[in-house]
Design a binder for this molecule. Sequence first.
Ligand SMILES: [Zn+2]
Length: 179
Amino acid sequence: MVIDMNKKKLILDKLIKEMEIAHRENEVPVSAVIFDKKYNIISYAHNKRQKNKDVLGHAEILAIQAAGNKIGDWRLDGYSMIVSLEPCDMCSIVIDESRLDKVYYLVKQDGNKYEINIEKEKISGYEEYDKKAEELLTTFFDNMRWKPLFLWYNKSQEVYLWVIKFYIENTGLLILIML
Ligand SMILES: [Zn+2]
């Protein structure tokens, strides 16, 4: 079968676009696209854990649910998924249960304990998409890392104010005693 490069690019474009939407919505920028053997897009999703206030709101699970609704079957054999970040343990279990043929990913993730049963592959040959996905994830997690510093800064401002207040109050007390 001749692989339609344009269709593959459409899938990857969708994946990045969904990552960008997640990023704008302050969700971890992870997205998933499910496609058939001819590389037609069946469903896509981005993380919505914050928005939906739902622990199951990972892109992979949302894309699996959307695909099931579309094809009218929870069994997704004959379809594959591409994810911007290697699936976590929770999603890996759901992916196994969904009977998808294969899962591809752009950015590798460390720390998984669950060994996924279906074929999993880091896609290669699409460096510009790899770079973009890594960039979006790094920016997101860098911002998260800076957040505590801002909180600390605000907190420390409160402390300074308290010290100044304490100083003024006690100096006033001192003056009173001296009088
Ligand atoms: Zn997950």
